[in-house]
Ligand binder design. Sequence first.
Ligand SMILES: Nc1ncnc2c1ncn2[C@@H]1O[C@H](COP(=O)(O)OP(=O)(O)OP(=O)(O)O)[C@@H](O)[C@H]1O
Ligand SMILES: O=C(O)c1ccc[n+]([C@@H]2O[C@H](COP(=O)([O-])O)[C@@H](O)[C@H]2O)c1
Length: 203
Amino acid sequence: MRIGVFGGSFDPIHLGHLILAENCREQSKLDQVLFMPCALSPHKLAGAHGTDRQRLEMLDLAIGGHRDFVRSDLEIKRGGISYTVDTLRELESQQPGNEWFFLMGADSLKSFATWREPEEILKLARPIVVGRPGSGPVDPGLLEPLSSSAYVETLRELSVESPLIDISSTKIRQRVADEQSIRFLVPRSIEQYIVTQKMYQVA
Ligand SMILES: Nc1ncnc2c1ncn2[C@@H]1O[C@H](COP(=O)(O)OP(=O)(O)OP(=O)(O)O)[C@@H](O)[C@H]1O
Ligand SMILES: O=C(O)c1ccc[n+]([C@@H]2O[C@H](COP(=O)([O-])O)[C@@H](O)[C@H]2O)c1
């Protein structure tokens, strides 16, 4: 199977994440998108605002019923800092024989060289990168110092056309704290969950 791992804090999951995942699934012909909420993101060590349980429940609400979207609790069960290289190694040993991809926004690509063992990540999975407002054009050439020009060429072939979506979890948390509408930024079920769980009332 061609499996696209989509790692994130998902605090909360929003339409930017879902549109990215659906466009990558369709255009890169993925059999499955595996949503991977992290325990502690290496670049956000202060921790998430929502609890692990809340972030998992929101993911289930958002992707429930989609045939090819699956949610994993591997990083949350492992706990501690969620390094992508550890996750990809674990996935490969648990489910060998698949072709792995790693989905990300252009902001993640820009910081990729600072991730743990980035060269190893590129051997375990091919990144599929989607543009994000404020992050400039998606340039797989940024990865050339970590791989080879032939490898980068294969990434160009994986490029995904997707509209730039100006939504972030930070913006949603801020809007909730300011008592502004998030009606068309997240699925309805997530909007309702945030209200009933009284989440993000302080940004
Ligand atoms: N609107 C978007 N367009 C493209 N990529 C996105 C978008 N939102 C998130 N991503 C990508 O999804 C992945 C997970 O993102 P994350 O869960 O941290 O969301 P976020 O909106 O960036 O959160 P925060 O605002 O809290 O930093 C990252 O690779 C990020 O680049
Ligand atoms: O492995 C790393 O060093 C690394 C560094 C930064 C981010 N990541 C992963 O990138 C994904 C998005 O992270 P974030 O901080 O944008 O929520 C999430 O799955 C993180 O675990 C991974």
